[in-house]
Design a protein around this ligand. Structure first.
Ligand code: IPE
Ligand code: MG
Length: 254
């Protein structure tokens, strides 16, 4: 449900905008249920919310926006819903990729694409969109599709083991960066702010490593009702947090 009102950035400190925002899109099914519609109608309605939020991200100067569009656990949904989500994710790429490209947005994808359950069409359209937009610099929008942090960490560990056996790396030189270099999107920076819509307060296997020092926002808005104004609200709230990254609270006199 997008609100055409002009975006009010007066409350935002544009010098301290989160570099990377993670979005857990949640509440599509409930949105549809409330209207007596099938769950898939909620997913369809969620598209406009996502694209409006991308516009908000551009206006704010956010560098990275990662949207959790399908998790490694979402295969447990009904076959009809899974099939719909596969089709919808792929259809969305073909319909909207030129528009994102024209805005200088780089489209990137993170997830387990070796999983044979991911249809070939999806794989192909993701690769095409990534290639088309690879040199864009206005913002990176990551579609976390068939994404799960545990699977990402497990495959990074597997690659490290292979590299160790092959003598490409010695165990003593394995550090956080070595693991990270083997993530699905190695250049993805840490997440500064994770927003999960619908009022649920869980991370659900989303960017566990990358959000080690993230701030969290749990607006009680069902995803299809989310928009760029709600994004700005979350960023304003984030800017009131005191991020210390394990450091101490600044000493107070007296
Ligand atoms: C999020 O909404 C959709 C996906 C990213 C798959 P849900 O489908 O989880 O909606 P609820 O939680 O059932 O309302
Ligand atoms: Mg849900």
């Amino acid at each position: 449900m997008t609100n055409d009102a002009e975006l009010d950035l007066s409350r935002v400190d544009l010098e301290r905008v989160p570099r990377h925002i993670g979005l857990i899109l949640d509440g599509n099914g409930r949105w549809a249920n409330k209207r007596g519609l099938p769950r898939t109608a909620g997913h369809l309605a969620g598209e406009e919310a996502l694209f409006d939020v991308i516009q908000g991200g551009l206006a704010l100067g956010v560098g990275w926006l990662t949207a959790f569009t399908f998790s490694t656990e979402n295969w447990d949904r009904s076959p009809e819903e899974v099939e719909f989500l596969m089709w919808f994710n792929e259809d969305l790429l073909t319909r909207r990729r030129d528009e994102l490209h024209a805005q200088g947005i780089r489209m990137a994808f993170s997830g387990d694409f070796n999983d044979s359950r991911v249809p070939e069409r999806n794989r192909r359209h993701m690769a095409e969109a990534a290639e088309l937009t690879a040199d864009n610099t206005a913002m990176t929008v990551v579609f976390a599709f068939n994404y799960g942090s545990r699977a990402e960490l497990v495959q990074a560990a597997r690659l490290l083991a292979e590299d160790t056996l092959a003598g490409r790396i010695v165990p003593d030189s394995i550090d956080a960066q070595a693991l990270r270099d083997r993530f699905w999107l190695p250049d993805m920076p840490d997440v500064d702010l994770v927003i999960r819509s619908s009022g649920e307060r869980r991370l659900s296997n989303f960017l566990l490593w990358q959000s080690a020092y993230a701030e969290f926002s749990f607006p009680g808005i069902l995803w299809p009702d989310f928009d760029r104004h709600a994004l700005v609200d979350a960023v304003v709230d984030y800017q009131h947090r005191d991020r210390r990254f394990g450091g101490a609270v600044d000493a107070v006199d007296g």
